[in-house]
Design a protein around this ligand. Sequence first.
Ligand SMILES: Cc1cc2nc3c(=O)[nH]c(=O)nc-3n(C[C@H](O)[C@H](O)[C@H](O)COP(=O)(O)OP(=O)(O)OC[C@H]3O[C@@H](n4cnc5c(N)ncnc54)[C@H](O)[C@@H]3O)c2cc1C
Length: 416
Amino acid sequence: MSKVLIVGAGHAGGTAAALLRQYGFEGEIVLTGTEPSAPYQRPPLSKAWLKGEAGEEELLLRPESFYAEQAIDLRRGATAVHIDRAAKTVAFADGKTLDYDWLILAQGAEARRLEGPGWDDQRVLVLRDMADAEALKAALAPGRRLVVVGAGYVGLEAAASARSLGAQAVVLEREGRALSRVASDVVGDFLAAYHHKRGVEVRPGTDVRGVQATAEGAAVLGGGAAVFPGDAVLVGVGARPVTGLAEAAGLTCRDGVLVDDQARTDDPAVFAIGDMTCRPVPVLDLADVRLESVPSALEQARQAASAICGRSPPPPEVPWFWSDQYDLKIQIAGLPAGADARVVRGDVDADRPGGFAVFHLKGDRIVCVEAVNAPAEFMGGRLLIQKGQAVDPARLADPSVPMKAVATGQATATAS
Ligand SMILES: Cc1cc2nc3c(=O)[nH]c(=O)nc-3n(C[C@H](O)[C@H](O)[C@H](O)COP(=O)(O)OP(=O)(O)OC[C@H]3O[C@@H](n4cnc5c(N)ncnc54)[C@H](O)[C@@H]3O)c2cc1C
């Protein structure tokens, strides 16, 4: 009987285990993870769960009973420490060794931390797992002050959640604007203004120097004489892929473990999936991309499970991502790499967020859509990216032309 060993019981690993059974795999499945809980979703840790709108049960990917029912051997608190690819075994921190026919690496990413004076203060937090989220939640209450370092999605979401819990928040960003690595200036500036109206100051161009313990908490030292006092500090400066084991095992790594469009590493018995991978995005003709998103983790879990079960490969998907802040739903599909033009559709107005979308075009094709409270633009844009269909930028910019009618050549009158 063949055996699949999965290292990492997060969103990708937990999904791969379930899909193997769903696709009819009858061999042994061992799902190992460092954390004490069954696989859970991370997105709510900065959103609904942090605000107290979702409980722990709702975080779980599947009910606790699922794993035993499906004969999936879930081993919690099991940290892999060494891979022997020749012997097809993995050694664990508790001294046990497990063998495999197929190995799926699903170790995710880890939060980047800052080093230097004061950053090891216990009031300096990161947000990656349940334990981090518990610590952050405990620090947020009416009147408490949170200093967020980094205006990325996690930092902005945590600031928005802090406000809904009655806490104060300030967001310090080294770059010239919010979301500088992951969104257009249109969306980044809109969100900064939206936060400002809700009492969160986003301060771009603030290069933090360190943290100083104070009588009431911890103060972040900005450039010059600027000091930002807080009860807690959240460092949200991105994550790095967990590639130590894979590198030591001789698997090719760049920014993540290098995989093909079926999640295979350069060892045919080893797959890698989720945040730890550096992957191709065939729909956009891109190689070596690292995506940190649930849809990417799910897509690669499907790829690995399909390959192991001898099913035909799933069709390539358009990468996408979402973020919730206040009453805003931000949805992004595609990637702006190589875009040469952009089209804004709808009103970008932080006072009246009726919804808008920013489309990034390469020639006459959409390669990315960033939609803010604009689900039709998101869905339509994603479909047009998938099809690689040409669009007329003038029609795309005109909100009176329905999304279904913006593809070149399609008459507005035929649109539904
Ligand atoms: C606060 C937050 C908010 C997010 N919001 C969104 C969002 O809105 N939308 C979105 O699409 N994505 C979001 N993401 C990203 C999304 O959660 C990740 O893309 C997804 O969790 C990736 O799944 P994964 O299985 O690759 O990694 P993870 O879910 O991180 O799981 C990896 C697991 O592997 C374990 N592990 C690591 N090393 C070992 C080892 N040696 N042995 C055993 N186990 C090991 C880890 O402990 C962890 O449990 C968010 C992430 C965070 C942290």
